[in-house]
Design a protein around this ligand. Structure first.
Ligand SMILES: *Cc1c(COP(=O)(O)O)cnc(C)c1O
Length: 492
């Protein structure tokens, strides 16, 4: 199978090259040139690992069956998730379901892809005849760094160093990173802010002499970037898997369309659902749920993507985004015109906006978008709790709130709907407690106890474990000394 760049159809690569390179040299994103078809019925009798293997092998035809077996077992079968199925379905009614994707090590859905990608990367590297150890450098403002650390933890042939701003992460985020296990994981606090970390990491990637020094030490740099195909592809699996489970349990009939509501930021998760639809899954509407950062809502309403706007910090911070990178892939999939996509992306980088004009109807078909502002999000947490006795996090609440608006707009549409739940309520205890009318305690563990008492739910394993965990990472470095910090770690 070949992939091409969204900005140049002639820029083609095989699967392992796409995984290793992450982003195309022309700045575009890689997309598969043919879309494999999978009949969801064939997945009903399989467990999650085999469903994942079926989807992966449809795209990664240069990986062997044994290799993919090893990837999916390592990612999904060896106790990394608290549930055997990775995704767990919770019924609110017999037509409305929640797909819980937060039972992984960092209690958010990015774990699903970040468990698989680190296992694909060293295999892709060997296929490209690279014998060096892969060194992942990550700059983080908190969450992604931890999910990447968990993903690469003890994966053979890899090592990871995460840089975070010393005084710029929450207490919970600090504890999560500083207590990280694994012989190949390293965490460095930088005396500076997140931008300093990001600039520092970018510089190291572009520093030729530094890369040569690493090469002599048997090490090559790589990134765990969110636009890598190996981050997107694993997300296709759970849309299929949930449908297969609903079918198996007789909640839907064969071929019956199902709507998916997706709390959206970078447009990655919802794009994976679009891929599932292209592969033959009976997807109805894809409902794109935004918080107050509603650039996508305007886009799906007017066809104009305008990132020149106020940036809001919300209680659903993982969706606080102005430029949703993965939308570029949808533009390409719908138009198949790389020249056109390239021009739009140039307009975006020059003038912060572009107009999809006459192609807009083609692009938006099958999508419906709305936003859920801050007070609405809190109110939704409260309403879902009062009505269903089910507690959700603020990101999921944005989805639930937007689904409410969808039903107000289309009262007769009672198509079976799945709301994608992207994070555990225990990850955002203060916002959830406030929404439920409680005054949150100061300490995060006291807040977790409070939420458990209030809702009768139990504290997830990863959070409970944090209470006892020992601090093992204490390295601090100046913002202009990040390269030295890397070399010190490599030389041991
Ligand atoms: C990243 C994230 C999202 C947004 O997903 P995208 O793929 O960026 O659209 C939603 N919720 C949570 C909890 C996340 O971490």
């Amino acid at each position: 199978m070949l992939f091409c760049s969204t900005r140049d159809q002639k820029n083609q690569k095989t699967a392992h090259e796409v995984i290793l390179e992450g982003i195309a040299s022309d700045g575009g994103l890689f997309v598969p040139m043919q879309i494999p078809q999978i009949d969801v019925k064939t997945l009903c009798g399989m467990d999650y690992t085999q469903r994942a293997k079926t989807v992966f092998s449809a795209y990664l035809d240069d990986f062997t069956d044994e290799e993919l077996e090893q990837v999916v077992r390592g990612a999904y079968a060896e106790g990394r998730f608290a549930t055997p199925d990775v995704e767990q379905i919770h019924s609110l009614t017999d037509r409305l379901f929640v797909m819980e994707l937060f039972h992984g090590p960092t209690m958010a859905f990015k774990d699903v892809a970040l468990q698989a990608m680190p296992r694909l990367l060293p295999l892709a590297s060997v296929k490209s005849r690279n014998e060096n150890e892969i060194l992942i450098l990550v700059a983080t403002s908190g969450d992604t760094g931890k999910a990447a650390l968990e993903g690469f933890c003890d994966v053979k042939g890899t090592r990871i160093i995460v840089f975070y701003p010393k005084d710029g992460v929450s207490r919970a985020q600090y504890l999560q990173m500083a207590t990280q296990k694994g012989a190949n994981t390293h965490v460095v606090a930088v005396e500076g802010n997140f931008d300093d970390c990001q600039t520092g990491v970018k510089k190291l990637f572009g520093d030729r002499a530094f890369n040569e020094t690493l090469d002599r030490l048997g090490v090559s740099l790589s990134s765990a970037n969110s636009i890598n195909w190996a981050r997107l592809m694993p997300q296709i699996v759970y849309y299929y898997s949930t449908y297969a489970d609903l079918l198996k349990e007789g909640k839907i009939r064969e071929g019956e369309p199902v709507h998916y509501v997706v709390p959206t930021g970078n447009f990655g998760d919802i794009l994976a659902a679009e891929f599932a639809r292209l592969m033959g899954l009976p997807v109805g509407q894809l409902i794109c749920a935004s918080n107050s950062n509603d650039v996508l809502v305007d886009f799906f309403e007017k066809g104009v993507y305008d990132s020149d706007r106020t940036f809001y910090r919300t209680i659903s911070p993982s969706m606080d985004i102005l430029v949703s990178s993965n939308l570029e892939r949808l533009l390409y999939l719908r138009t198949k015109d790389a020249q056109w996509v390239r021009s739009r992306m140039e307009e975006l980088s020059d003038g912060k906006r572009y107009d999809s004009a006459e192609l807009f109807d083609t692009i938006r078909e099958g999508f419906w978008a709305q936003k859920c502002a801050e007070e609405e999000t809190s109110r939704t947490i409260r309403e879902v709790w009062d009505r269903y006795g089910y507690v959700i996090d603020p990101h999921t609440a944005v989805g639930a709130g937007v689904y409410g608006k969808y039903r107000e707009t289309f009262p007769d549409d009672d198509t079976v709907t799945v709301i994608v739940s992207t994070a555990s309520p225990y990850k955002f205890t203060d916002a959830v407690l406030e929404a439920l009318g409680e005054k949150p305690e100061e300490d995060i563990f006291a807040q977790a106890d409070q939420l458990a008492r209030k809702t009768g739910t139990s504290i997830p394993g990863p959070l409970a474990a944090l209470r006892e965990a020992k601090i093992v990472h204490t390295t601090v470095c100046a913002k202009d000394r990040m390269g030295e910090a890397v070399l010190n770690i490599i030389k041991g």
